[in-house]
Design a protein around this ligand. Structure first.
Ligand code: SAM
Length: 214
């Protein structure tokens, strides 16, 4: 699928949803706050979110690490519109840009080519070429940097009926939990000599992975 087609699809999904997104997603996009609490951003560090949606995570991260500089990108103009409004209401001005997380030029968008922390929250499950977004993120990590991913897991310790029902429902929103997420992230981390840790959360409802460079 081309970037333009995917952007139009995402705008279609979020045109109306963006108004109720934060209020409704807090009940099932589990593990986001935990991941943000563990970012340990160094003072004056740089933080990039790929697929930043409404900006809710950037706002929370800024509360935890107010001295950091923040950047966010999203393919959906609708979501970026929500993010711009929400961050302005919070009195916070991250650098936001519209781009495809699987193919973007950080220098062109943000005038930077290294970030101390990059995170991707519940967005890889919506990107057809999700593995490329991991490649882009790893290319942009500064030394002693880290990439943090949280997304739907495989619900491996939840009943089969729940898993089937959830996957069917998520499919209606073009969300596909990535069965090979842990395997691929750790393979890519090993390729660049970085450490990788993977942890299922909430009986596998969500998965959390962290890659740390040396
Ligand atoms: C489920 S929302 C998650 C938003 C936010 N990260 C959160 O945790 O609330 C997924 C977001 O990923 C964005 N997205 C999907 N595919 C993308 C891509 N290829 N590049 C950039 N953003 C993308 C969508 O537009 C949407 O804002």
């Amino acid at each position: 699928m081309s970037s333009t087609t995917h952007a139009a699809l995402m705008d279609g999904v979020y045109r109306r949803q963006k108004h109720i997104y934060d209020a409704t997603r807090k009940y099932f996009l589990l593990g986001r706050d935990r991941m943000i609490g563990q970012l340990s951003v160094p003072p004056g560090g740089t933080v990039l979110e790929l697929g930043c949606g409404t900006g809710r995570n950037l706002i929370l991260a800024n509360r935890h690490y107010p001295e950091a500089r923040y950047y966010g990108l999203d393919i959906s103009a609708e979501m970026l519109d929500a993010a711009e409004k929400a961050t302005a209401r919070a009195g916070f001005r991250p650098d936001l840009a519209r781009a495809d997380a699987t193919a973007f030029d950080a220098r062109e968008l943000f005038d930077r080519d290294r970030f101390d922390r990059i995170f991707i929250s519940y967005a890889l499950s919506m990107m057809p070429a999700w593995e490329l977004a991991i490649d882009r993120a790893l290319e942009l990590l500064a030394p002693h940097g880290s990439l943090h991913i949280v997304d739907f897991g495989q619900q491996e310790r939840l009943p089969e009926w729940f898993r089937g029902g959830l996957h069917g429902w998520l499919g209606r929103f073009h969300v596909s939990p990535r069965e090979k997420l842990f395997e691929i992230v750790c393979e890519k981390a090993t390729d660049i000599g970085a450490a990788c840790s993977c942890e299922p959360l909430y009986r596998g409802f969500a998965w959390h992975a962290v890659v740390q460079t040396t």
